[in-house]
Design a protein around this ligand. Structure first.
Ligand code: SAH
Ligand code: ZN
Ligand code: ZN
Ligand code: ZN
Ligand code: ZN
Length: 495
């Protein structure tokens, strides 16, 4: 599988690291990324800049060929467009609005559902034809419940942790001695941290949320929220936010920092890994003791079939068996009660044996692997690992000399294990999931089926979907090739 996945990178769309001194043009989401279409035989296509954050042209239609000369007029228009996409209120304004709002009597506290904003008394009139709701003190403390989860399937769907998962994360991190949590795309975790501090039963923890959803600026102060794009490490408020992050990453009084990121699943793994590495670099420079080669402790939450991709970028990481699940995602539920198992896992550089997974949810400790695994994930003496990735019990194939999924059978003709109904005689890797691109299952079994298609193979895939909306790159004759098909099908989507 590793081999075929690597081969697969040879076609599709790749993200090209930009050279220093050649800044990428900016769209409303900050610096764009440079992409290159790569043909099946390895022939390189033209390079172009496109939005780092949006997978759908409807959300951001920025497009520019690498060598394209852009006229002064167009540059100005672009600049004006970028400006016009800025939030209406600055973060400072929002902070003072929040203070005013908090001091209002209960019957004047209103939230406009249509505009997704807290309303001050003078604004009620203007929103009188909109749907508004009263806001209790408790609701004000739970913005992730008050705000409608973004459900833009293509760029920015928000999937919020269940209580089970968010409490597990927080208990684990607190238990490991962390006192500051950098929440990257995890608004519900930040919220839980603040709620817990109010209870005063635990040692207080600090948190800073970095997220592209600026509706959250309405609820948090400047040192609690930065409007941030994790695909290009862009802070929309520039230096000011950079300083907030630096201050947060500074570990004074022994307050250890940990970072938790839950990016959209359609995300490009490489750009994410490089943003996270930049955060780690900032953290490292602030360390007083010698940490020249340590990284910031981190948990990156992502589906298990991204494991090869993530480990390629961050080799010191381990994927844990813990299944993360989400409130507003019917398919990402915990498996124990007979519901579907979530394919979402924790990838971490924290020592796996320290991350204790709950016994009552079916996890046990494997003393050979030195990590907690699902009970069904039996240790294989031949492979010397607990091999299961998907939560089912895998079995060893002596011909393949590795453990495989229980549904696979060894095929003499192909010389490998495959699903019984695989297209016999076709090379490995030609028959991945039509929906998400994973080679581990077919579309019928896709855990993401009918929810949103995700772009699975980091750069190659997520770029693929781009093809579908760039007229010049639209696959025509090649419609039947895997790449073209995926390009069309993979309207990349985050969770
Ligand atoms: N499970 C998390 C939410 C994850 S959903 C929780 O319960 O807290 C993905 C999150 O990433 C959302 O909050 C979304 O707003 C944010 N996000 C999406 N694209 C982003 C980007 N380009 N940069 C930063 N944050 C982004
Ligand atoms: Zn309104
Ligand atoms: Zn085995
Ligand atoms: Zn086999
Ligand atoms: Zn799939």
């Amino acid at each position: 599988m590793e081999v075929s996945e690597a081969n697969d990178e040879s076609f599709g769309i790749e993200v090209i690291p930009t050279e220093d001194g050649k800044p990428a043009p900016c769209c409303p989401h900050g610096p764009t990324l440079l992409f290159e279409k790569v043909g099946k035989g390895g022939e390189k296509g033209r390079r172009f800049y496109a939005c780092s954050a949006c997978r759908d042209r409807k959300d951001c239609n920025f497009f520019q060929w690498e060598e394209e000369k852009v006229s002064e007029v167009r540059l100005l228009a672009r600049e004006a467009e970028n400006q016009s996409k800025r939030p209406v209120f600055t973060q400072q304004e929002n902070c003072s609005r929040f203070r005013k709002f908090s001091s209002l009597p209960l019957d004047e506290k209103k939230f406009c559902q249509d505009c997704q904003m807290l309303l001050l008394p003078g604004e009620h009139e203007a929103h009188s034809s909109h749907r508004t709701t009263a806001v209790s003190t408790d609701q004000l403390r739970r913005p992730s419940v008050l705000l409608r989860p973004l459900d833009n399937k293509k760029s920015n769907a928000q999937y919020l942790f269940t209580d089970r998962s968010s409490h597990f994360l927080l208990d684990t991190l607190a238990g490991l001695g962390y006192r500051k949590v950098l929440c990257v795309g995890t608004p519900r975790l930040q919220e839980l941290i603040k709620l817990r501090n109010l209870e005063q039963k635990h040692e207080p923890m600090k948190s800073l949320l970095l997220d592209i959803d600026f509706r959250y600026t309405q609820f948090y102060s400047q040192d609690e929220f930065c409007h941030y794009n994790m695909f290009n490490h862009h802070f929309f408020d520039g230096e000011a936010s950079g300083a907030v992050l630096q201050a947060f990453l500074t570990e004074c009084d022994g307050q250890k920092v940990v970072m938790v990121a839950d990016p959209p699943f359609g995300g490009l793994v490489k750009p994410l890994a490089s943003s996270f590495s930049l955060i780690s670099h900032t953290w490292r420079k602030l360390q007083s003791s010698d940490c020249s080669n340590t990284d910031i402790p981190m948990m990156w939450i992502f589906p298990y079939f991204f494991e090869p991709r993530i480990l390629e970028c961050l080799p010191s990481f381990t994927m844990l068996d813990y299944q993360v699940d989400y409130d507003n995602h019917p398919l990402y539920k915990h498996g124990k009660t007979g519901r579907k198992q979530s394919p979402v896992r924790l990838f971490t550089n924290i020592s796996p044996r320290d991350v204790v997974l709950p016994k009552d949810e079916g996890y046990r400790f494997c003393s050979v692997c030195q990590r907690f695994v699902l009970s069904l994930n039996k240790h294989c003496a031949k492979c010397n690992v607990c091999p299961s990735k998907d939560g089912r019990e895998w079995k060893h194939c002596s011909m393949c000399e590795k453990c495989v999924k229980p549904s696979w059978r060894h095929c003499q003709r192909c010389g490998r294990c495959a699903l019984p109904d695989h297209k016999c005689g076709q090379g490995e890797g030609q028959e991945g999931c039509f929906n998400c691109g994973s080679l581990e299952h077919k579309r019928k079994a896709c855990p993401l089926k009918d929810t949103h298609r995700i772009s699975h193979r980091s750069n190659a895939k997520s770029g693929g979907k781009r093809v579908s909306h760039r007229p010049l790159l639209k696959p025509k004759a090649k419609r039947k090739s895997g790449a073209a098909r995926r390009a069309k099908k993979l309207a990349a989507l985050p969770k």
